[in-house]
Design a protein around this ligand. Structure first.
Ligand SMILES: Nc1nc2c(c(=O)[nH]1)N[C@H]1C(S)=C(S)[C@@H](COP(=O)(O)OP(=O)(O)OC[C@H]3O[C@@H](n4cnc5c(=O)[nH]c(N)nc54)[C@H](O)[C@@H]3O)O[C@H]1N2
Ligand SMILES: Nc1nc2c(c(=O)[nH]1)N[C@H]1C(S)=C(S)[C@@H](COP(=O)(O)OP(=O)(O)OC[C@H]3O[C@@H](n4cnc5c(=O)[nH]c(N)nc54)[C@H](O)[C@@H]3O)O[C@H]1N2
Ligand SMILES: [Mo]
Length: 758
């Protein structure tokens, strides 16, 4: 099992040679093609390694991170020096001097999940400064609980694809329903129903309106509208304006199930600020013709309409507003909780939305309790390291950044996920020690002091399942551990033992015993629900167990049926179109109701005169984030070894650029090279460069160096969505592009660093 689907594998001499998708999967992800050849890739970490400068000079700030050579050490030496360093930091600076947020996707599997392992270990060490929420849903995770009382239920208990295919007339999607993204599901998946469901929906006469800078965010038939990126909230407001001014809004629903519509309406109609948010107003901002919006509002009110907002819409400045306004629009239509109507968040962002949930908890490896209370919103990593002792706003609270001395990362790649990499590199020069566990020499591993080689999920047994998939799967080892790599669990068990809590960490179990234990602890939940689980031995030889799922769900169907019995977990128990709580925070960048704020990085703002192209840094089609960028499918997409950038023919011609050329993409934060695809399926002032190319600085010692490979995060702004949630804003950035003339520098991202001996 991988995050991008279930498979069986063939292997020869310790290498995966072929991968076959699970036969029950109607639309397997092409990303499975990255797995063959991945185990013995030249980018694997062959054994424990320590940065020479750290080994020779001891812990301390260093701007050599990322440029220094490494020294091989034995596992015993590694355990000894890492245990000593952890003890030193805890004893002299306290546990909150360890940053162990360790954000990242790592691999599928309930036991060997790297974050669970590192968090359990650090909790037992006495705790660590953690991070909250995700790069995926930084704004949603804070705003949606205040508006509808939850964020995770929006996906895990979303209206099912079957219900949509059967009941919806119109799907108005902001951000499309990109099939490429539904390949992926955190923890894995045994099926990919989205494409089939959209086809069934269209075959019944269902229509899709896709607001998106890219045509292919919907596969097949749809009405494609490409507004100025980042202006969706203005468009939604204009739709709402038409509903309100033509009396098409459902007053009864707004009275019974919502609070604060009147306050919002004062803003909407311009009573509050003298600016009616009408379709002409929105046309000025978004470029979408007023007549289209007026007509769309009427269509939306005349049938069963689902308003969907992809997660990308909240990964920008003021990202709170798009999902909030999506909820408000759906509430005005009065179809919340009706089959096929209402609101959806993340259809086409991940496989999960639209899939039926399992009704019981999943087998879980306990992380224990973190005694340290300090935390950061996850995308504040550079702020944390650069500004110890400084105060910041978060969700109505005033918090302080602790002084971090040691950074511990297992299962994530900040050089993939974080914005403004030149700034991140300066931040990573600050701590005394950086520890990274990874199977590969990623740019993050190269920037560490202590590199711990992990196995991949192909090299170990595990259990996998997710909350919206019927199968519990026996993940059976395909090949032996590569070279001198080890399971993260074994590394932590040894470290815990050197630090005096070995027994507490392992509870006396080997990994295989843990897997069996997790399974046995979980069985009673299933059996109490009428399941009939086999013994572990039978489960393991069958390969999977099929769980019950809750089919044909309608998001908030119970609330609609009986709002007194099933209130939302908001202060009012209702949908909060106006939130007294948020209003009381007094934030200039997030008021008490959804509203339009001008972004920083947009074509309508002053930066566009210097950087006239709007770059969409979306999820890559050919891999999960940075994972297996060296794999066959990802490599096949590269142009002269560089990540592909899509440009409109007009934008290319204006710069004398043709398909297959390499260009320099730049702004005032940084620059990278990319290989050109010319394509008219995007706005002429929009370019698209997905995330995930391994950061590859021309001069590794210079934090401002050109990335020769095409990582868009050398360009993106490192600013939070707002004072409310400080979510990631990496999706959008303004750039300029020029043809790269000189001699093309080689891509070295996949070459391991120099490994010396002492
Ligand atoms: N510009 C821009 N940036 C973005 C986004 C965007 O839209 N635009 N999207 C953001 C989003 S939504 C996300 S979720 C993040 C993703 O960011 P990450 O989750 O950090 O990215 P991954 O490449 O999945 O990193 C996972 C790492 O875990 C390693 N790994 C795999 N298995 C194991 C294991 O068993 N043990 C250990 N120790 N390591 C393992 C992999 O080799 C890889 O290096 O990126 C964010 N960044
Ligand atoms: N293949 C693949 N699938 C993935 C992932 C991956 O790495 N690879 N990562 C997974 C993860 S961790 C996450 S969180 C999800 C993320 O899910 P999303 O954030 O929804 O995915 P993106 O591909 O970043 O963006 C979806 C589309 O939104 C459109 N868009 C961007 N900005 C705007 C805008 O301002 N307005 C409108 N209307 N549309 C806009 C873009 O054209 C883009 O293709 O994807 C998951 N799926
Ligand atoms: Mo994500």
């Amino acid at each position: 099992m991988s995050h991008w689907g279930m498979f069986s594998a063939e292997s020869v001499a310790g290498e995966v040679t072929a991968v076959h998708p699970y036969e029950g999967d109607s639309n397997p992800s092409p990303m499975l093609g990255n797995l063959a050849g991945s185990v013995r890739s030249r980018s694997r970490v062959t054994g424990p390694a320590v940065r020479r400068g750290w080994l020779e000079n001891g812990p301390g700030p260093s701007d050599r991170r990322g440029a220094d050579e490494f020294v091989s050490v034995t596992w015993d030496e590694l355990t000894e020096l890492l245990a000593r360093e952890l003890r030193r930091v805890v004893d002299t600076h306290g546990n909150n001097a360890i940053f162990g947020g360790s954000y990242g996707w790592a691999s599928a599997g309930r036991f060997h999940h790297a974050q669970s392992q590192v968090h359990r270990f650090l909790n037992q060490l006495g705790g660590y400064t953690k991070s909250v929420h995700s790069y995926s849903l930084g704004a949603t995770g804070v705003i949606m609980p205040r508006v509808v009382g939850t964020h995770w239920k929006l996906f895990a208990r979303s209206t099912s694809w079957d219900v949509i295919a059967k009941h919806s007339d119109l799907l108005v999607s902001f951000g499309g329903v990109p099939i490429k993204n539904t390949g992926v599901n955190a923890g894995g998946t045994s099926g990919h129903p989205t494409l089939g469901a959209l086809d069934a929906f269209r075959a019944r006469g269902g229509k899709i309106v896709s607001f998106s800078p890219l045509r292919d965010d919907v596969e097949g038939d749809c009405e494609w509208i490409a507004p100025v990126p980042g202006t969706d909230v203005a468009i939604m407001l204009a739709v709402a304006f038409v509903l309100a001014s033509e009396g098409l809004h459902d007053r009864e629903f707004l009275n019974r199930f919502c609070v604060g519509y009147e306050r919002f309406e004062d803003y909407l109609l311009g009573r509050a600020d003298g600016v009616p948010k009408d379709p002409r107003w929105a046309q000025e901002i978004s470029g979408v013709p007023a007549e289209f919006v007026t007509d769309l509002a009427r269509r939306m009110a005349s049938g069963r309409t689902l308003v969907t907002v992809t997660w990308s819409l909240q990964r920008i400045k003021h990202g709170e507003q798009a999902p909030w306004m999506g909820v408000t629009l759906a509430a005005m239509l009065g179809q919340f909780g009706l089959p096929g109507g209402g609101f959806g968040h993340g259809y086409g962002s991940m496989n999960e939305p639209g899939l039926a949930p399992v009704p019981y908890p999943l087998p879980t490896f306990s992380q224990g309790v973190n005694p340290v209370s300090d935390f950061i919103p996850v995308a504040a990593i550079s702020d944390l390291l650069l500004s110890p002792g400084e105060e910041f706003d978060y969700d109505g609270r005033r918090l302080t950044y602790p002084d971090i001395r040691l950074v511990y990362w297992a299962g994530g790649n900040p050089f993939h996920h974080h914005q403004d990499l030149p700034r991140l590199r300066r931040a990573f020069a600050r701590p005394d020690t950086i520890v990274v566990h990874d199977p590969y020499w990623t740019p993050m591993a190269r920037s560490a002091d202590i590199v711990v080689p992990s196995t991949t999920s192909l090299e170990r047994n595990d259990l996998s399942c997710t909350r919206n998939d019927p199968l519990l799967v026996a993940m059976q080892q395909v090949v032996p551990p590569f070279a001198n790599s080890r399971d993260d669990y074994d590394t932590f068990a040894d470290l815990a033992s050197a630090l005096g809590f070995g027994e507490q960490f392992t509870e006396g179990r080997s990994s295989q015993e843990w897997i069996e234990h997790l399974y046995d602890q979980w069985r009673p939940f299933v059996d109490a629900d009428g399941g009939n689980t086999p013994t572990f031995e039978d489960f393991w030889s069958d390969g999977h167990y099929r769980m019950r799922t809750e089919d044909n769900l309608v998001l908030f169907g119970d609330f609609r049926e009986d709002p007194e019995k099933y209130p939302l977990s908001t202060p009012s128990g209702k949908i909060e179109i106006f939130s007294e709580t948020i209003e009381s925070f007094g934030y200039a960048d997030c008021a008490g109701h959804p509203r339009w704020y001008e972004p920083d990085e947009w074509l309508g703002g002053p930066r566009a005169s210097q950087y006239p192209l709007h770059l969409i840094a979306n999820q890559p089609k050919t891999r999960l984030h940075s994972q297996l960028d060296h794999g066959d499918v990802s490599q096949a997409s590269k142009i002269k070894g560089r990540e592909p950038i899509r440009m409109h023919p007009d934008a290319a011609a204006a710069r004398g650029v043709s398909a297959g050329d390499v260009v320099r993409v730049f702004n005032d934060r940084g620059a990278c090279l990319a290989g050109v695809i010319v394509d008219s399926d995007l706005r002429s002032d929009v370019v698209q460069l997905s995330t995930g190319a391994w950061y590859d600085p021309l001069d590794p010692a210079d934090p401002d160096s050109l990335c020769v490979h095409g990582n868009p995060n050398v360009l993106t702004p490192d600013i939070g969505t707002s004072s409310l949630s400080h979510g990631c804003t990496g999706q959008h950035v303004l750039v300029q592009i020029e043809k790269f003339e000189g001699v093309l520098p080689p891509v070295k991202a996949f070459d391991p660093p120099v490994l010396g001996s002492r």
